[in-house]
Structures are given as structure tokens and as C-alpha cells.
Design a protein around this ligand. Structure first.
Ligand SMILES: [Zn+2]
Length: 129
């Protein structure tokens, strides 16, 4: 029978304060968009075009919002005005992920310090039957 190694120490006051700070920051984030924005300069099919000159003057920039949908990469064309408006939403998504990661770190730290965790990394072996 495993013995309890001591009473459970709940999240420390500083861990609680940190979690509250992160929650406050998350509450201010607003809109988010998944994926990323990419800028492309392209060559067309007209042989005499400046994009085929030396040095080439390519067409663009063309903007794409790229994201994963059902494990496939999907790109959607955006105009410059849309890029200006939606870019902060994509930045917000990154910020949200960072904050979530910080929150997870606190959670893992609390669990890591939990004295109730049984010894050993592997589950105990039991005799069958
Ligand atoms: Zn061209």
C-alpha cells in the first residue's frame, strides 16, 4: 500500500497571482484568427512582361491567409486593407497561445510539486487475476 507523503500543497500565492495575471491578459485579447499571413511576388505567363526582365520586376505583393483545415493547408487571397485589419488578430492568436503555454507551465509546476503523486515514472505492475 502506498503511503501518503504529506498533505497536498495547493498552488502557491505567487502561482495563483500569476494565473490571475495571465487570465486578465487573455480577457483583453479580443478577436483571434488562426494561421498566418504570407506575402508573395509572382511571375505571369506573358513573355514580354517586366516580370521576365533581367532583373525581373515581379507582380505583387499578393497576400494570403494560410491555415490548416482538417490537416490540409488552405490559402485564401486577401487585399492589402484586409491584411492591415486582420494581421493584429493573427498576432493575438500567437499571444493567446503564449499565455496558454504559461498557464500550462504553472499547472505542470503545481502537479510536479504535488506530494500525493505516487513514486516512479511507470505505472505500478500488478499481478494478473
Ligand atoms: Zn508579368
Amino acid at each position: 500500500m502506498l503511503q501518503c507523503k504529506g498533505g497536498f500543497v495547493a498552488p502557491t500565492p505567487s502561482q495563483r497571482a500569476e494565473a490571475r495575471r495571465i487570465a486578465r491578459e487573455i480577457s483583453k485579447i479580443g478577436f483571434v484568427l488562426p494561421g498566418s499571413l504570407t506575402e508573395r511576388y509572382l511571375t505571369c505567363t506573358h513573355a514580354g512582361c517586366h516580370c521576365h526582365a533581367v532583373p525581373p520586376v515581379l507582380h505583387g505583393p499578393y497576400w494570403y491567409w494560410t491555415r490548416k483545415v482538417a490537416n490540409k493547408t488552405v490559402s485564401q487571397s486577401l487585399n492589402a486593407e484586409q491584411v492591415a485589419e486582420y494581421r493584429p488578430w493573427i498576432d493575438n492568436q500567437r499571444r493567446l497561445r503564449d499565455l496558454l503555454r504559461e498557464l500550462e507551465q504553472i499547472g505542470m509546476s503545481v502537479l510536479g510539486d504535488d506530494p500525493r503523486t505516487p513514486n516512479g515514472d511507470r505505472p505500478p505492475r500488478f499481478l494478473s487475476r
